[in-house]
Design a protein around this ligand. Structure first.
Ligand code: URA
Length: 212
């Protein structure tokens, strides 16, 4: 039995405060989108703690200084369409050199299995530290399929960043991909009979884009 990577809940007061507003059904589309962006950025700040640093010397106006900077680690942000798109921009403000990829999946109405309809990924994704982005980890079907696609291309270091996660989705990812760390702003109670996270925040895509 392989070791299972951790589930990390970002319990920072700012994340929790913004999440409280995000969950509120009276939060409007524009605020919802802004909050998703801000929460994603704050989550990424924590999720990138493992990035290695290297020591170099820079000349300040006063004297040489030994400083630490990121050691050129290559990153990829992969958004699961369509809701995952909202997480990209906030994270890019922290790591503007990261490459961005997209994976589109829909659920086959007969088999209920995820089917890929779009895939545009960095050609060197295998060499990058991958952050897979989807605000809602519900059944885990899309996340499991997206990780399989990335692993099929040789990606080895994959972290899944979701704003909310249900126990069912976490279990599905752990079962299929025990090496993938899951990073959440909150773990909720369960899924309801329609596959919504409870208490959740509703349909993230509809609330981001003002659809339905
Ligand atoms: N997707 C959503 O947008 N919301 C849920 O609650 C579950 C899946």
């Amino acid at each position: 039995m392989p070791d299972t990577a951790p589930v990390t809940v970002i319990d920072h007061p700012l994340v929790q405060h913004k999440l409280a507003i995000l969950r509120d059904k009276n939060t409007d589309v524009r605020s919802f989108r802004d909050l998703c962006r801000e929460i994603s950025m704050l989550m990424a700040f924590e999720a990138m703690r493992h990035l290695p640093l290297e020591e170099v010397t820079v000349e300040t106006p006063v004297a040489p200084a030994r400083v630490r900077r990121l050691s050129g680690k290559k990153l990829a942000l992969i958004a699961i369409l369509r809701a995952g798109l909202v997480m990209v921009d906030g994270i890019l403000t922290l790591v503007p050199a990261a490459r961005v990829g997209h994976i589109g999946l829909y659920r086959d109405p007969q088999t209920l299995a995820p089917v890929q309809y779009y895939n545009k990924l960095p050609s060197d994704v295998a060499e990058r530290d991958v952050f897979l982005l989807d605000p809602m980890l519900a059944t885990g079907g899309s996340a499991v399929a997206a990780v399989s696609i990335l692993k099929g291309l040789g990606a080895k270091a994959i972290r899944l960043l979701c704003i909310l996660g249900a126990p069912e989705g976490i279990a599905a990812v752990h079962e299929a991909h025990p090496d993938v760390e899951i990073i959440l702003a909150a773990q909720d109670e369960r899924l309801n009979e329609h596959g919504y996270i409870v208490p959740g925040l509703g349909d993230a895509g509809d609330r981001i884009y003002g659809t339905r």
